[in-house]
Design a protein around this ligand. Structure first.
Ligand code: SUG
Length: 449
């Protein structure tokens, strides 16, 4: 076995939450995502969505958890409009009105899909590596990586400490959904960890065989792992269960979540659960750790309740006192089986989940995005945190400023037809212009170039 780094007490896992953009709407764009499919055409509230997101950041910050913010992207997306053969949003509305939602989606809010991240403890060159996800499986999300790449390079600009890779090519063989299908296990955030890439298909297998799309390929994980310069002995590739995908678990983070040495998972998350757990346990034990699997079977919470409650799309977080808490969506409290499971879990001294915080994220949830979807985890040492560009680590002042920025610029209600309203488009650009000075990240957006 190769050597492992000593624990670094200064390392904190920072949750970078995607700030919900002003165009948050329900367009039914994601096949296989039951909430997105079911809420198509509903009236959204961008203001409430963004306020709920900031309230989540504030909640984590108040719990003493390191919290960051990832800016939204420019919408309408000029590069997407051009790629679709139009010169402007107005022209696209004439030539292909059905494609308007694709260039207006606020989907970059689900930061777990922004990138795959490897902390510096796990890479051969001692830098933090990030690869923006190409999101090639859904047409509207396939445009995201261009701006994600630009935003991540602005935030993680220090090339001595950070390496931001280009996204994988946009082709079915390389389909990559970022951290939503990637987990890391370690004794603690500051120690060397192992990387678990969870895939729905091989690169040369069909995207779906009658059921919902398998969004992530094995090949994508292999290419990212190699470019992040992982030790191959500390990498696992596990197949998602087709049953889970076809029940609506379009990402593995809808059915399982990892934190340090704990895997909290539905029994139907992995194709071969027994072998998946034992491979994870073996690799973690080679790093001196002991895997704790908290498995929930369908007898306790069915797959259908799992998907409607988003029980596993929670953030499993280690608090400063060392205890583990679950940041769950409010929907768990409305799903009897999930609520009963969590009550029993908190009372069970053998279960690492010591407390549960239920947060109202209803606007995001109605598009299939729970607490875990909204955040990108980046374990960073104190020096790396200090090397971040801009004002992207939150404090009370920044949270207050974000709330008032939302109140100044966001609409309380948005209907599908508003997406092409020129006043609305102008409002979104003014909002983003104002945000760039607030976050001090320079001219981030295409309209500012
Ligand atoms: O990719 N929904 C997103 C939800 C992403 C959730 N992320 C994680 N599980 N990590 C998706 O399906 C819906 C947009 C719409 O229909 O308007 C959407 O893109």
């Amino acid at each position: 076995m190769t050597s492992t780094s000593p624990p670094d007490a200064n390392v904190l896992e920072v949750n970078f939450d995607g700030l919900v953009g002003p165009t948050h709407n329900y367009a039914g764009l994601s096949v296989g995502n039951l909430a997105s499919m079911g809420n198509a055409g509903s009236v959204s509230s961008p203001r409430q969505a963004a306020r709920q997101g900031v309230a989540k950041m504030r909640h984590l910050h108040n719990l003493g958890v390191a919290q960051g913010v990832l800016p939204p992207q420019q919408r309408p997306d000029p590069a997407a409009i051009e790629a679709l053969g139009a010169g402007s949003l107005v022209e696209l509305a004439r030539t292909a009105p059905g494609l308007i939602p694709l260039v207006m989606s606020a989907s970059p809010m689900w930061a777990a899909n922004a990138a795959t991240v490897s902390p510096s403890t796990d890479t051969a060159d001692g830098r933090v590596h990030l690869t923006p996800a190409n999101l090639s499986s859904t047409p509207h999300r396939s445009f995201e990586s261009v701006q994600t790449y630009r935003i991540l390079r602005a935030m993680f600009a220090d090339a001595q400490r950070f390496c931001v890779h280009a996204p994988l090519p946009l082709a079915a063989a390389f389909a990559d959904e970022g951290a939503a299908n990637h987990g890391r296990l370690a004794r603690s955030h500051g120690e060397t960890g192992l990387h678990v890439f969870v895939f729905g298909r091989e690169g040369d297998e069909p995207v779906s065989v009658g059921g919902f799309p398998r969004r992530q390929t094995h090949l994508a994980g292999e290419l990212i792992s190699a470019s992040h310069r992982h030790d191959p002995e500390r990498v696992l590739y596990l197949r998602q269960s087709a049953v889970a995908i076809d029940a609506g678990a379009f990402h593995n983070d809808v059915v399982s979540v990892m934190n340090e040495n704990v895997l909290f998972t539905h029994a139907d998350a992995f194709d071969d659960p027994g072998s998946s757990y034992s491979q994870m346990a073996d690799l973690l034990s080679a790093l001196g750790g002991e895997l704790q699997v908290v498995e929930v079977t369908a007898d306790h919470v069915s797959l259908s309740d799992t998907i409607s409650s988003y029980l596993f799309n929670s953030q499993l977080v280690t608090l400063p006192d060392g205890s583990v808490t679950l940041i769950a969506p409010g929907e768990v409290g409305e799903t009897a089986s999930a609520a009963a499971y969590l009550d029993a879990a908190v009372d069970d001294p053998g279960n690492p989940i010591a407390s549960v915080h239920q947060l109202d994220l209803r606007e995001s949830m109605r598009n299939g995005g729970g607490p875990a979807c909204l955040r990108l985890r980046v374990a960073l040492s104190a020096t790396e945190r200090a090397a971040l560009s801009g004002r992207v680590l939150v404090d009370d002042g920044l949270l207050d400023e974000l709330d008032s920025w939302i109140d100044r610029h966001y609409r309380d209600e948005l209907r599908p037809e508003d997406l092409i309203d020129p006043d609305f488009v102008a409002e979104t650009l003014t909002a983003l212009d104002d945000l760039t000075s607030l976050l001090q990240l320079g001219d981030l957006y295409p309209f500012q170039q």
